[in-house]
Design a protein around this ligand. Sequence first.
Ligand code: NI
Ligand code: MN
Length: 226
Amino acid sequence: MNITYYGHSCFGVEINGKHLLFDPFITPNELAKNIDATKVKADYILITHGHEDHIADAIAIAKRTKATVVCNYEIYVWLSKQAVENIHPMNIGGKKLFDFGSVKCVNAVHSSSLPDGTYGGNPMGFVIESNDKNFYYAGDTALTRDMKLIGDYRKVDFAFFPIGDNFTMGVDNAIIATSFIKCNDIIGMHYDTFGFIKIDKPEAINKFNRQGKKLTLLEIGETINK
Ligand code: NI
Ligand code: MN
């Protein structure tokens, strides 16, 4: 399983030869100016909620790649009106088997509206299961006891957590969340992009280490294998 970081909360994950792209926000991101969004691969685009910093490049990449967009019903309606062809609507609690593995939509404690102000439904996280590895992509969320359900019903090998604080949980709450999901291998996201969410990266990694946990912060454009 290859994981490529495109900045903010946008990751490409290659599973069984299929390319999943999470929360595409590349062209408006100053920190990701070396990423060419027109070259990013996608067979599936998974969108957690409607905020600009999670959906900015979704329409262009969906139209170019013909990827299937996986999102909630309200975002499905909004994307349909903008001529995105392949969209698979889901909602919290739902699970669906795709050709790379399965997607289960889980609760995220946040808000959601689309860039033009349209109501965006409820924000979600995704639990991905495959015959390679299982992971949890939390999206934008506060720490919530609902995360315990993930730890109770699935073995999660690693997770993507927002750690920038202010709009989502920060490092200290993310460490608590690792206990809730029973997984200590975390990839950080949703930090440094804007002034509100600048973090001390070495200190964040040290805080995880002091608890015997691992926080990986990728360079934008970097690919790792899991
Ligand atoms: Ni958001
Ligand atoms: Mn966000």
